[in-house]
Design a protein around this ligand. Sequence first.
Ligand SMILES: C[S@@+](CC[C@H](N)C(=O)[O-])C[C@H]1O[C@@H](n2cnc3c(N)ncnc32)[C@H](O)[C@@H]1O
Length: 205
Amino acid sequence: MANPWEEIPLSDYENHMQFDSVMQLQCLNRMMRNQFNAYPISSAVILGIAGGNGLEHMDRNKYHKVVGVDINGEYLAAVRERYGELADILECVQLDLLEEADRLPKAELLVADLLIEYIGYACFQKAVQQVAPNYVSCIIQINASESWVSDSPYLHAFDQLAGIHHQMEENELTQTLGSIGYRRIARAENQLPSGTKLLQIDFAR
Ligand SMILES: C[S@@+](CC[C@H](N)C(=O)[O-])C[C@H]1O[C@@H](n2cnc3c(N)ncnc32)[C@H](O)[C@@H]1O
């Protein structure tokens, strides 16, 4: 069965994420600037890159190689078109992390924002071991209510995701990475208008 993310148009995802009552795209964009600039590294793998939100913060003097990964080839085509100025350092790779994490390249930083929710802890752990980064920076969503998709006119584009969504929990994520030698080095929370929180946790080995 196809992964539901292959069926969601990028415009529905982005329009939902930047809707006034959601505001996640804008908040993520600010958080990603920090993720890309925080550590002394020159290569990164970004898992679940979608349409490339935040890539404008990539410092070309710092990064020599950036790999954006997603299951949806149309999202990656949009990334290539939008960020043509990064063409010499940015590579987009289409793969299903649930089946093909062993195809991931090595890098010094691994970024995974609102992605672990859709692949689960065990698959994420495998991805981290494959990339073998010095730093891992992830953002997970902490919900204010039972509902894990904020309300917007695009809400029903995400109906099929319920079958693959995992509710994230800070301690379990910390333990998952702790068991493969990564210790937590930073933590930052951002509250959204809906009451949902975006929680960034960074790890180093
Ligand atoms: C909620 S979006 C997050 C996108 C982006 N990181 C952001 O913060 O806006 C999840 C992304 O992960 C991708 N994704 C979900 N499951 C995946 C899988 N099994 N393998 C690769 N990418 C996947 C989706 O296509 C989507 O682009």
